[in-house]
Design a protein around this ligand. Structure first.
Ligand code: F6R
Length: 366
């Protein structure tokens, strides 16, 4: 049932090219120049007239929500707030019937996310679900939604759910950008054709597996790690750190790279591995200066870079390449090496990768 892989997590990491394809299949119609999503088509006015979009989720799904914030604001020019479901529901938030709430949940059963939905509905918001499990409680409780079609995710650490959530949310943002008229047909088309190349590019990113195993072996005994990114890749840094924490039990933190100087840089010494997402576009030069700041304090740099990069290669202790793509699609690629890295470190440390201690696949308690 693990299809020849040692763990479900590894199988699910490798399923991502297929899962992403399954997510946009039948929705992304590049030759017709359109995106078809029934859940949006049927409620288009709600989205177009919304004052803002509020995204609620927990854990990895919350990280997908953060990526979506960048995508919706950048592409569709719709204001977005992203909230932990557990905080949102208890802080008496201001919600009106002009708000659209998007709930993201792999399992569709997360108690806090479900409770946030019920509250938003009572206050008149339109609620849209992005779930993986068909017929789940959240899928049933929302007014409309779009499934991720990632297939069953068994490993407790979420992998393909994350990349397929980002895929669905990207389709939504592109569709709304087009409907709002903020996107020209040619820009829209450029995105559609680039999205279609993502499964092959994820496949390419997976080819770094052997190199990542070597890197994992160097850092497997670390007690602390930092993950840095900016812009679209800031949430990827958070997600990289969460993956390492939950399956290898190494303390890790994700930060926006520019926040280093406001505190965390004090942690840097020769014992501290720092994983930096430094792909081209997206504030590249600024990330390079952040790398220099870490280097000069003897931190170890493991950088995720764009294919062919030379500048970061000169500074970093290790580099892992991912193919080039549009800036807003980079999280779909930069996430892959970080998933593999956590996986290999956890295996080397003898951890139970698919069922980490203290964690459950769906958190149905508050
Ligand atoms: C991390 C992880 C958890 C879940 C979180 C939300 O790998 O699995 O952080 O992402 O419990 O779960 P869902 O998406 O099912 O609502």
């Amino acid at each position: 049932e693990k299809g020849g892989y040692d763990h479900f997590m590894l199988k699910e990491i490798y399923e991502q090219p297929r899962a992403i394809l399954d997510t946009y299949r039948g929705r992304l119609l590049a030759d017709q120049g359109l995106i078809r999503m029934a859940g949006i088509d049927e409620h288009l006015e709600k989205f177009l007239n919304a004052n803002r979009i509020i995204i609620v989720a927990c854990g990895t799904s919350w990280h997908a929500g953060l990526v979506a914030e960048y995508i919706f604001e950048d592409l569709a020019r719709i204001p977005v707030e992203v909230e932990y479901a557990s905080e949102f529901r208890y802080r008496n938030p201001v919600i009106t019937d002009k708000d659209v709430l998007i709930a993201i949940s792999q399992s569709g059963e997360t108690a806090d996310t479900l409770a946030a939905i019920k509250m938003a509905k009572e206050k008149g918001a339109f609620v849209f679900g992005v779930c993986n499990v068909v017929g789940s409680s959240i899928a049933r409780e929302t007014h409309a939604g779009a499934y991720t079609h990632a297939g069953p995710e068994i490993g407790v650490a979420s992998t393909k759910a994350f990349t397929t959530q980002i895929t669905v949310l990207t389709l939504m943002a592109l569709k709304l950008a087009k409907e709002k008229g903020v996107f020209s047909q040619s820009k829209f088309h450029e995105f559609l054709t680039e999205l279609e190349t993502i499964p092959a590019k994820v496949e390419k990113a997976l080819e770094s597996n052997a190199l990542i195993e070597v890197i994992a072996n160097v850092y497997k005994d670390s007690t602390n790690c930092l993950y840095l990114g900016r812009g679209y890749n800031f949430p990827v840094a958070l997600e990289g750190a969460l993956k390492l924490k939950e399956i290898s039990y190494i303390h890790a933190e994700g930060y926006p790279a520019a926040e280093m100087k406001h505190g965390p840089i004090a942690l840097i010494d020769e014992q501290m591995p720092v994983f930096v997402i430094a792909t081209k576009k997206g504030h590249y030069e600024k990330v390079v200066s952040n790398i220099q700041e870490i280097k000069s304090r003897k931190g170890k740099i493991i950088a995720i870079v764009t294919e062919g990069d030379t500048q970061v290669r000169e500074l970093a202790d290790h580099v892992v390449e991912v193919p080039e793509t549009l800036e807003s699609l980079t999280p779909l690629l930069t996430t892959i090496p970080l998933q593999l890295l956590s996986y290999h470190i956890a295996v080397m440390r003898g951890c139970n990768v698919d069922q980490p201690r203290n964690l459950a696949k769906s958190v149905t308690v508050e």
